[in-house]
Write a protein that binds this ligand. Structure first.
Ligand code: UT7
Length: 322
């Protein structure tokens, strides 16, 4: 079995910074309410001419420049997104073409906020199985394009952005045992409508925007992620106090606090991207990790738990050594 490790990371965010006061003009809300319920201060929105594939390309170029690494020999591109430019062609194919990665296979992962961690898990598996050696995993979203700005219970949550990592074959193991799972019965609790008018008999709002049962998803996230953190450390023959950094999906700062409260994991050892970037779905984990690394908090050799959860409802996680 071939080992794998994360070797490089990059990110991209659009230019337009949106503070909470922006929402005071379009829905009945306040900066204080948004801050106190979610921790969010700002998020970024793309303009009408910028799309998910553009953010994928920018994050990959940032990675390549920062780590002085060529993408020419990337042999697989995995893009996690829930807001692609279009359903077909895939974002991975757009990246493959635009960055001229002629040797790479290309596949999109459709697992909402769990998509990036699913991508790292899959990349590890593809490398372990000997099929690939250098995989570009991207989490990228333009959620502002699938946000219902009349929905006062959700429109302030979402932001746009992208994060990219390289997962490469390595002589030593740096990505540990993984968990994957789903609570598919919660399909109608968090969705973007498409063709079908209902899920399991529950009628959907057919606006092609994000609709969620916030309270229900909040509770599921806290209970399930607290449980899965324990499963993940056990699978890796570790204990929680041997984890240097916890990087959960940044859906809401209160969810992260509640998971830490439930498990006893210290909040100051978590990395989040919710406060500055809002909920960027599949991009939230790589953006949080990127900023942890850039700020000097995360050092090479640190043990980091990645744990994504969201629409599906789906979840995936692993423990990586940076
Ligand atoms: O990334 C995918 C996973 N997604 C999540 O994990 C999201 C999980 N859920 C959440 O983050 C939270 O449920 C929300 C932030 C979406 C909502 O927070 P909440 O504390 O669950 O609010 P709520 O919908 O239960 O509403 C509580 C109160 C209500 O007023 P009353 O009935 O208590 O008087 C709402 O009318 O807050 C009111 N409210 C608002 N007030 C000011 C709802 N939206 C707003 C608003 N501004 N925008």
């Amino acid at each position: 079995m071939t080992n794998a490790r994360l070797t490089a990371i990059g990110m991209a965010i659009p230019e337009s910074k949106i503070d909470n006061h922006y929402f005071e003009n379009i829905i009945e809300t306040t900066d204080e309410w948004i801050m106190s319920r979610t921790g969010i201060r700002t998020r970024y929105h793309t303009g009408p001419d910028e799309f998910t594939s553009d953010l994928c390309v920018k994050a990959s170029q940032d990675l390549s420049a920062k780590y002085n690494t060529s993408l020419d020999d990337v042999d697989m591109i995995l893009v996690a997104t829930t807001s692609p430019d279009q359903p077909m062609p895939s974002m991975a194919c757009r990246v493959q073409y635009r960055l001229n990665m002629t040797n790479a296979g290309a596949l999109d992962i459709y697992a909402a906020c769990a998509g990036f961690s699913y991508g790292v898990v899959m990349a590890r598996g593809l490398i372990a199985g000997g099929m690939h050696r250098k995989i570009l995993v991207i989490g990228a979203e333009t959620l502002s394009k699938v946000t219902d700005f009349t929905d006062r219970s959700s429109c302030f949550l979402f932001g746009d952005g992208a994060g990219a990592v390289l997962v490469e074959a390595s002589p030593t193991p740096h990505i540990g045992a993984c968990i994957t799972g789903a609570s598919g019965e919660g399909g109608a609790d968090l969705y973007i409508s498409g063709f079908a008018p209902s899920i399991d008999g529950q009628e959907l709002k057919m606006n092609r925007c994000i609709v969620q049962n916030g309270r229900k998803v909040f509770k599921w996230a806290v209970t399930k992620m607290a449980e899965q953190m324990k499963v993940l450390v056990e699978k890796n023959s570790l204990t929680l106090d041997q984890i240097d950094w916890f990087v959960p999906h940044s859906a809401n700062l209160r969810i992260i606090e509640a998971i830490c409260n439930e498990t006893g994991f210290p909040l100051e050892k978590t990395l989040e991207s919710i406060v500055d970037f809002g909920n960027t779905s599949s991009a939230s984990i790589p953006i949080a990790l990127y900023n942890g690394i850039q700020s000097g908090k995360v050092k090479r050799g640190d043990r980091i738990m990645l744990l994504g959860f969201g629409g599906g409802l789906a979840y995936a996680g692993t423990i990586v050594e940076w």
